[in-house]
Write a protein that binds this ligand. Structure first.
Ligand code: 2AM
Ligand code: CA
Length: 259
């Protein structure tokens, strides 16, 4: 019952937040700051979007917790209760430089289990949604389950540059694959794999809010989500991420990353 209420309100708030972000793109006074390094950006729009969700969650679900990138939530060390995992803008460099290829990402976890997920690519007009056990959808059309038969030689792979440095075996993966693609927003890279537009995505250092929703949606269509060494990935810790369709995941682990 509470999941139904969460779903109804989350959709309303995502639509409202999406409209506000769309309007903000028209303005010339977006304030940009660097965080951990010069390419780790935050804007006033990231902050105001997260604050909007923080206020709405506190008003409607005072016992729920928010794990958000911009600090309006709480430090989360345990997985008890309901946790809203939010990235108000994933792909902030794209938001600033391209004004597209970014998304709002929201995952709802209950006792540590991903129950609902939303990724809203505002400019692309794609609203991804999954409910655990009930399928994943883009704009209300169900996303087919991924094939287990794909081979790396026929696969498009997404590997971010930090992963190329940290895991040198990725260069051999790229050589074997059909091609390399990079989108610059972890959520949209997860959705490329979930929808079969790419077959694997390896990233060196993602945070819970980057993958909180993407993991739920990707797993719902049968993608395998792990750390780079194949161990399970929890949503409370930062670290490397490896998502792929089942056959490609197994082949990459066996022949490259697991060696
Ligand atoms: P962000 O836009 O929300 O910061 C870019 O390659 C992708 O990696 C984006 O999804 C970006 O999320 C994420 N990312 C995670 N940590 C990052 C960091 N320290 N600097 C830049 N991008 C980071
Ligand atoms: Ca962000």
């Amino acid at each position: 019952m509470v999941l139904e209420k969460i779903d109804q309100l989350a959709r309303e708030w995502l639509e409202e937040a999406g409209n506000r972000i769309f309007m903000a793109l028209e303005q010339t006074n977006i304030e940009v700051e660097a965080k951990s390094d010069r390419n780790d950006l935050v804007t006033n729009v990231d902050k105001s979007t997260e604050r909007y969700f923080a206020e709405k969650i506190a008003e409607h679900f005072p016992d729920h917790r928010l794990l958000g990138e911009e600090g309006y939530g709480e430090e989360i060390t345990s997985l008890e209760g309901v946790i809203w995992v939010l990235d108000p803008i994933d792909g902030t460099v794209n938001f600033v430089e391209q004004k597209r290829n970014f998304a709002i990402s929201l995952g709802i976890y209950k006792e540590g289990i991903g129950e609902l997920a939303y990724i809203y690519d505002i400019i692309g007009g794609e609203f991804y949604f999954a409910k655990r056990g009930e399928g994943a959808f883009v704009n209300d059309v169900e996303i087919p389950k991924l094939s287990a038969d794909k081979k790396l030689e026929d696969a498009l792979v997404i590997i971010n540059t930090a992963a190329m440095h940290k895991f040198p075996q990725t260069l051999a993966i790229i050589k074997e694959a059909r091609g390399l693609r990079l989108y610059g927003a972890a959520t949209l890279e997860y959705m490329a794999v979930a929808t079969g537009r790419a077959d694997a995505y390896i990233s060196a250092n993602l945070a819970p809010w980057d993958i909180g929703a993407g993991k739920i949606i990707a797993e719902e269509v049968g993608a395998i989500v792990t750390r780079v060494d194949g161990t399970p990935m929890t949503i409370t810790e930062k670290g490397a991420s490896f998502v792929a369709s089942p056959g490609v995941h197994a082949e990459i682990l066996r022949d490259y990353l697991g060696k």
